[in-house]
Design a protein around this ligand. Structure first.
Ligand SMILES: Nc1ncnc2c1ncn2[C@@H]1O[C@H](COP(=O)(O)OP(=O)(O)O)[C@@H](O)[C@H]1O
Ligand SMILES: [Mg+2]
Length: 248
């Protein structure tokens, strides 16, 4: 996947939300995106499945401009795991297989296992046949996020975007999800947008966004070494709690 000098302005807005965004990611790579709220991270992610079209520049997947493929095939190959997930009032199995109603049971189970949801499901009254959603068993925020991850994994997409999708999941569970996903991510580009730097420090490279521009990029080690904005954010997040209190 390749972004070439991408610019994006929301319809009716006076300023571009993204400007001069260029980077390239190969199959098997994970890219981290970090930046303050409003810096354009979600907007960047939403351009990939073409929720919006770029206003200048272009995005290529497998060498093809994404505007030259049908929306249907593009959206089969790009999965965005959102912060919040819609649950249908049906079985948890159907909720996971939402994007691929013909998915085999084994595939659904494997996706749930990777998303660290399988054990929870096995504890439900009718395991995979349990009805969830508004008129069924309700799931917590973290469980809904894991369901959303399982739903995306069933699609085996070429590009998978996690938009702050593990914010409601504890760090240990998140780590298990990431290791499970990595095992079969070798043909895929994975984009991880996260506030918690521990969620993306293992990425092959990290983009630091500020006001819609990439202001720093590199691996976690390179960015720490550089001693810039990423380093400052890292120091802030790893500062011991009593240190923070002393600073108040
Ligand atoms: N649908 C929209 N229409 C107009 N402006 C938007 C829309 N969505 C987001 N924005 C603006 O674009 C900027 C970047 O937002 P966003 O991509 O959501 O940032 P982030 O995900 O980094 O918090 C913000 O200034 C936000 O107000
Ligand atoms: Mg966002």
């Amino acid at each position: 996947m390749r972004f070439e000098n991408v610019e994006f302005t929301y319809p009716g807005a006076s300023h571009p939300t993204l400007n001069g965004i260029s980077f390239e990611a190969h199959a098997g790579q994970t890219i981290g995106i970090v930046g303050a709220p409003g810096s354009g991270k979600s907007t960047l992610a939403h351009l990939i499945p073409r929720f919006y079209d770029v206003t200048a520049g272009r995005i290529l997947i497998d060498g093809q401009d994404i505007r030259d493929v049908t929306l249907q095939s593009l959206r089969r190959s790009v999965a965005v795991v959102q912060q919040d997930t819609f649950l249908f009032t049906t079985t948890i199995e159907n909720n996971i297989a939402y994007g691929d109603p013909w998915a085999k049971e084994r595939k659904i189970e494997r996706a749930a296992e990777s998303a660290q949801l399988h054990n929870y499901i096995m504890g439900l009254p009718a395991d995979y046949e349990t009805v969830v959603g508004e008129r069924g068993v309700s799931l917590s925020g973290g469980q809904r996020q894991r369901l959303s991850i399982a739903r995306s994994l069933v699609l085996k997409p070429a590009v998978m975007v996690f938009d702050d999708s593990t914010a409601a999941i504890d760090a240990g569970t998140e780590h298990r999800i990431r290791s499970a996903i990595r095992r079969y991510a070798k043909d895929r580009v994975t984009l991880v947008i996260a506030h918690r730097l521990s969620s993306l420090m293992h990425a092959d490279f990290i983009l630091f966004l500020e006001d819609g521009r990439i202001v720093e990029q590199g691996s976690h080690a390179e960015l720490l070494e550089r001693g810039g904005k990423y380093r400052a954010l890292y120091d802030l997040q790893t500062r011991p709690a009593d240190d923070l209190e002393a600073a108040e």
